[in-house]
Ligand binder design. Structure first.
Ligand code: PMP
Length: 443
């Protein structure tokens, strides 16, 4: 255990690590202050280097769906570690993990494991371009798909937090092959396909956007936005890539696909059929894992059988698959009920506190996932998400942190509960909320 304080560690870190962090949002750049350096975590609670304890609503940005240091997961990793840390060769856990994902998500017929969500989306784009012999990728403003060159334009998550238009270091030719449209804008999608349909390899979208805050995919004329995208892509010989890195196995047992999947109505065109899907976070239970999968004919394009090269020294790592499988073992129907209940209770508590303090807000959800926007009106896309009172969020954030609740340090992120967010834990959050809501109100 370290005896250095968070402030000391941050000073040292800034000398040897750019901005002191290994992923931008962790630097607290948009909210200010020193990020707590975390030393341990158990269930829904975090400990920092200063001896403080927090209720965690970040959950490592999604993977810790069963809570931290879950006994079953830790034991599975310990046991796997005793049998070897990495083989660089096939191992049984990879097969079982692929079978588990495929059994939950109907459109996934085959799956490849990688080491992050970024690798998953990068690889899915490569397959889509190879399959269609086309170059152009369509994405939506405010959606984040990892730090893939082609996908950084108007991205959510940290790119939104720091109000960056995209990223330096992305070549003009790469940027030219990405078209960014407003989320939910069917006319823009239709117009783009009318003009450039034969150039478009794929549309990539978050199944439910959660990196500009949570946006529920809009319905129009009884057709959900995902289904509309699937139909439009397919009518034009393009593919749909549904990114469930964040929503996968969290929004529901079958991810957001389980919330917004086939209609089940006899005779209906059920085809909101993503051709490729990407996963991460939950499937690795806290170890570095991503995955991409989908139609067998498309996945069959991968080397060595096919011409699309994709590989990884540590892909299918035995510790990572053990953690993922142990996490899935804990994710039964009862776990999703617990998550759903914790999520709704928390949403209600936040709404009550902000309403009482007179703070404009709107809470949006997608399955058990939700986020809080500091503005009056619903958020349908990135422009709305940006038009919120981030200063009110910052005051709220710091008051919560001071009261022992660790929120995502950005107004553009989802809040993450776990099955360890018991009523007692939620009571601790409830106790912190009124003061934080007052702080948010006091401009
Ligand atoms: N896609 C989505 C929807 C994500 O939320 C994220 C990460 N938050 C990624 C891709 C990238 O995953 P990773 O950070 O593991 O590279």
């Amino acid at each position: 255990m370290t005896s250095a304080s968070s402030a000391d560690l941050f000073t040292r870190a800034q000398k040897v690590i750019p901005s002191g962090v290994n992923s931008p949002v962790r630097a607290f750049g948009s909210v200010g202050g020193t990020p707590p350096f975390l030393t341990s975590a158990k269930g829904a609670l975090l400990q920092d280097a200063d001896g403080r304890e927090y209720v965690d609503l970040v959950g490592s940005w999604g993977p810790m769906i069963l809570g931290h240091a879950h006994e079953g997961v830790v034991e599975a990793v310990r046991e796997a570690a005793g049998r070897g840390l990495s083989f660089g060769a096939p191992q049984p856990g990879e097969v079982t993990l692929a079978e588990e994902v495929i059994s939950r998500i109907a459109p996934v017929e085959q799956l490849r494991l990688v080491n992050s969500g970024t690798e998953a989306t990068m690889s899915a784009l490569r397959v889509a371009r190879a399959a269609t012999s086309r170059d152009v990728i369509v994405k939506f403003a405010g959606c984040y798909h990892g730090h893939v060159d082609a996908l950084l334009a108007e991205a959510g998550s940290g790119v939104a937090t720091f109000a960056m238009p995209g990223s330096a270091g992305v070549t003009a030719s790469t940027a030219r092959d990405t078209v960014v449209l407003p989320y939910g804008d069917r006319e823009a999608v239709t117009a783009l396909f009318a003009e450039r349909g034969s150039e478009i390899a794929a549309i990539i979208t978050e199944a439910a956007p959660a990196n500009m805050g949570v946006v529920t995919p809009p319905e129009a004329d009884g057709i959900g936005f995902n289904r509309f995208l699937s139909q439009t892509a397919h009518a034009n010989g393009a593919l749909l890539i549904s990114d469930e890195v964040l929503t996968g196995f969290r929004a529901s047992r079958e991810g957001y696909y389980g919330v917004d999947g086939p209609t089940g109505v006899a005779g209906a065109d059920d085809a909101w059929a993503p051709d490729l899907m990407t996963f991460g976070k939950v499937i690795g239970g806290g170890l570095p894992v991503g995955a991409f999968g989908g139609r067998k004919d498309l996945m069959g394009l991968l080397a060595p059988a096919g011409p699309v090269y994709q590989a990884g020294t540590l892909s299918g790592n035995p510790l990572a698959t053990a953690a993922g499988l142990a996490t899935f073992a804990g994710l039964d129907e009862a776990a999703y009920e617990t998550l759903g209940a914790a999520s709704s209770t928390l949403q209600q508590l936040v709404a009550d506190a902000l309403t009482t303090a007179g703070v404009p807000h709107v809470i949006q959800s997608a399955g058990t996932l939700f986020s809080v926007f500091f503005r009056e009106d619903p958020v349908t896309g990135y422009a709305d998400a940006k038009a919120q009172d981030t200063a009110a969020f910052t005051r709220f954030f710091h008051a919560m942190l001071e009261a022992g609740v660790y929120l995502p340090p950005s107004a553009f992120e989802a809040w993450f509960v776990s099955t360890a967010h018991t009523p007692e834990v939620l009571d601790r959050i409830a106790a912190a909320l009124p003061g934080a809501a007052k702080a948010a109100a006091s401009a």
